[in-house]
Write a protein of this length. Structure first.
Length: 328
């Protein structure tokens, strides 16, 4: 099969590419400029994997570049992962967030509708579209109304609904994933758990002598899974989905815990003594979500998927990723 990935230079994209290559598929990917940015993927992929990917230069906001790319070759599936995905940034730059996440995706969907008649499109939405309803509703099902709590989530909800309409009316074939919290190697340091891992790696590698770890709200509760389990869910759904449906991608309810647990586990993994957690106002979201637990009945019934990687391994791999980045 021949698959196309947007967001290849982001967090989940290279993990997905690695999985697809391992499964024997051809992988094509969109990169914004021919400036060698794809070489940064070598912090996760090996040279052979990188060379196996066919890169196409274009921009989701430039319709003509998408038409050129998708008019030239046919694909079995498109995994649309590209986005401005940082909720705090969406408060400071809602215009840019909506341009990237809404207009860019509308462009992609329209090109797919015109040029890729036999292609399946996966839109990567987010659990953030449910907002803070988990504190009153409990376990979140896909059938719930969307109640976004920040501009990022609102931009994703807009396309979530647009995907449903396009599929329902027969313009495209595809599905939506709503991934809950996930982390692992290559997660950007502006995201909470990776922020902790990065700062601890700074201490461990001697890049700083400061033993103060700035933290945000450690009382919010999440289920966190490994990014490699997350992209495996995307892949399995691409093989078997119901047109226009949304699927939660989340861990088991038994693993929900406060964010402080992940911070403490990372400190333990680092082996550092005397680390002081200190709350920083800069790391608090203007509007936060207290708890998120997703119902995964649909994806489990459709694909048999469930997370397989223990969170301890995920955190250790994330920490070691930052140690390597800081020492090579």
């Amino acid at each position: 099969m021949k698959y196309f990935i947007t967001g290849i230079t982001g967090f989940a994209g290279p993990h997905l590419a690695q999985l697809l290559l391992r499964e024997g598929h051809a992988v094509h990917a969109l990169v914004r400029e021919s400036n060698g940015r794809e070489m940064d993927l070598l912090d996760l992929l090996d040279v052979r994997e990188l060379e196996a990917i066919s890169f196409h230069y274009g921009d989701l906001l430039e319709y003509h570049s998408l038409a050129r790319i998708f008019g030239a070759e046919q694909y079995d599936g498109v995994f649309h992962l590209a986005a401005q995905s940082h909720p705090p940034t969406s408060f400071t730059d809602p215009v840019g967030t909506f341009a990237s996440n809404v207009q860019g995706t509308v462009n992609l969907i329209d090109v797919a509708q015109r040029c890729q008649k036999n292609c399946s499109l996966m839109f990567c939405s987010t659990s953030e579209v449910y907002g803070d309803t988990g504190k009153t509703i409990g376990v979140l099902q896909e059938s719930l109304p969307l109640r976004p709590s920040n501009p990022y989530a609102a931009s994703k909800a807009a396309i979530d609904l647009y995907m449903q309409e396009r599929c329902r009316n027969g313009f495209i074939r595809g599905f939506t994933t709503r991934a809950f919290s996930h982390t692992g190697p290559r997660r950007g340091k502006k995201f909470s758990i990776s922020w902790d891992a990065y700062n601890l790696a700074l201490m461990a590698t001697g890049k700083t002598t400061d033993r103060v770890l700035p933290v945000g709200n450690l009382e919010t509760q999440r289920i966190v899974i490994d990014v490699r389990d997350c992209v495996r869910a995307y892949y399995l759904l691409m093989q078997n989905y119901d047109n226009g449906e949304a699927y939660n991608v989340c861990g088991d309810i038994a693993s929900v815990c406060k964010m402080q647990v992940f911070t403490d586990k990372l400190i333990e993994i680092s082996g550092l003594a005397g680390v002081e957690k200190r709350v920083s106002d800069k790391l608090y979201r203007p509007i936060d979500i207290q708890i998120q637990v997703g119902d995964t009945t649909k994806i489990c019934a459709k694909t048999g998927w469930k997370p397989a990687i223990p969170i301890e391994q995920t955190l250790a791999d994330l920490y070691q990723y930052w140690v390597r980045k800081l020492t090579t």
